[in-house]
Design a protein around this ligand. Structure first.
Ligand SMILES: Nc1ncnc2c1ncn2[C@@H]1O[C@H](COP(=O)(O)OP(=O)(O)OP(=O)(O)O)[C@@H](O)[C@H]1O
Ligand SMILES: [Mg+2]
Length: 391
């Protein structure tokens, strides 16, 4: 659904402000008097953008905006303020507000906001009410803007949890073409890699790619990264996209691990993905890089609505809090993975923590990521005996 003046709502406690708003668009602009009206519209499922009037342009009232975003993280919220100050901007961003508009509210300003945020609305995650393309699995790409943030541990643990779901086939693709270490952390010795698939593009079909994949004892299939960095040059972006397209017709889920390089390859992968898990480590350089990466994606008019923020080492004793991070990134954190020593041990042992320590806090963090990606709880979707399914 595209963004129009019909699927937005203007709310304010001030009758005069609402009366003025009602006059816009020939009286076609829906209005309300309280956050409760907005909550009702969110629950009805047709609200895309909410414009909060000047009554909400105060720090305390901004909490209401935050609670709305909790109801629907893809909701775009704007605030109308008599004066746009740096303090208000900062507070608004911390509350997850998309933008602040200087009063008075006019048709031109609403149209400009609709144009500015349309691509985000178009990228709104598919809800259960919308038709789902069941002929194709979902591609989930795990990225981070800084090396060592936890992409590979997130991708491998997420893929293992997905594979644990009943009747679910999963392929994990190592698209960190120079230094991919998915096979290392899963203790696999691949016979073939993505280099072999790229060399056979002209005749690549499901049978051939199946023979190139490496199988993990859990049933998870892996497309290994090249064995040497120099081989990465043999793989073109178009070739990798063709491989992903084929895998998405064969598997329910294709999880892609990547390198921390915002280059043409990664941008193309992100474009092709149904969901993007952006891992942000709990330190200042990671948050700074994530902010720059998100800004670049927004500049490129990339549908950032499909980016889900995952905070890694969420309990680290860095002097950053979640609100500051969300404010800087203008996006809510949707899952948290705590830091635990067993992760390093599990990497060295070649056994993902969700398998070696399923009850640990860090495994619960990966279950949060699973829930975020599938929209289902880990318990609801896992098969009873806890054994992984084989393909
Ligand atoms: N939540 C965590 N708790 C403890 N250690 C962690 C956690 N997440 C990651 N690590 C440690 O950080 C290391 C780097 O993680 P990982 O390899 O997943 O990062 P990456 O983003 O894939 O790095 P690269 O950019 O090199 O590919 C891991 O070997 C692991 O030991
Ligand atoms: Mg990695």
């Amino acid at each position: 659904m595209s963004l129009t003046e019909e699927n937005l709502l203007v709310i304010d406690e001030d009758d005069k402000f609402i009366a003025d708003a009602k006059r816009l668009f020939d009286g076609g602009l829906p209005t309300g008097h309280s956050i409760a009206d907005a909550v009702q519209a969110v629950n009805a499922g047709n609200l895309r953008m909410v414009i909060l009037g000047p009554s909400y342009a105060k720090e305390a009232a901004l909490e209401s905006a935050r609670s709305l975003r909790h109801q629907d993280p893809s909701l775009i919220s704007l605030i109308v303020a008599p004066e746009v100050t740096a303090n208000l901007l900062r507070a608004a961003m911390r509350a997850g507000v998309s933008d602040v508009i200087e009063a008075p509210l006019t048709e031109e300003k609403i149209e400009a906001a609709i144009n500015q945020f349309s691509s985000d609305v178009m990228a709104r995650p598919v809800t259960s009410a919308a038709p789902v393309d069941t002929s194709r699995g979902q591609i989930v790409t795990v990225m981070s803007a800084k090396g060592g943030s936890g992409k590979t541990v997130t991708a491998t643990n997420l893929a293992m949890l997905l594979a644990r779901q009943e009747d679910t086939s999963v392929c994990l693709v190592d698209a960190d073409l120079q230094f991919g270490d998915v096979c290392l952390v899963l203790q696999l010795e691949p016979k073939f890699t993505v280099v072999n698939a790229a060399a056979e593009l002209h005749r690549l079909d499901s049978q051939l790619i199946t023979s190139i994949l490496t199988e993990h004892p859990s049933g998870l299939k892996v497309l290994a990264a090249p064995l040497e960095p120099a081989f990465a040059d043999d793989i073109t972006t178009a070739g990798l996209l063709q491989i992903l397209e084929l895998l998405s017709t064969m598997f329910d889920w294709v999880v892609v691990d990547t390198a921390s390089l915002l280059d043409e390859l990664l941008l193309s992968l992100l474009e092709k993905s149904d969901q993007i898990a952006m891992v942000v480590d709990m330190d200042l350089p990671s948050v700074k890089n994530a902010k720059l990466a998100l800004e670049t994606l927004r500049l490129l008019k990339f549908p950032t609505g499909k980016v889900k923020l995952i905070l890694n080492r969420s309990n680290a004793r860095a002097r950053l809090d979640d609100k500051e991070i969300e404010g800087a990134l203008k996006q809510q954190i949707q899952a948290r993975i705590p830091s635990e020593g067993i992760v390093a041990a599990s990497v060295n042992e070649g056994r993902p923590v969700v398998e070696s320590s399923p009850k640990s806090k860090v495994s619960k963090g990966f279950e949060e990521v699973l829930e975020l990606v599938t929209g289902k709880t880990a318990e609801a979707s896992s098969s009873g005996g806890g054994l992984f399914r084989r393909n």
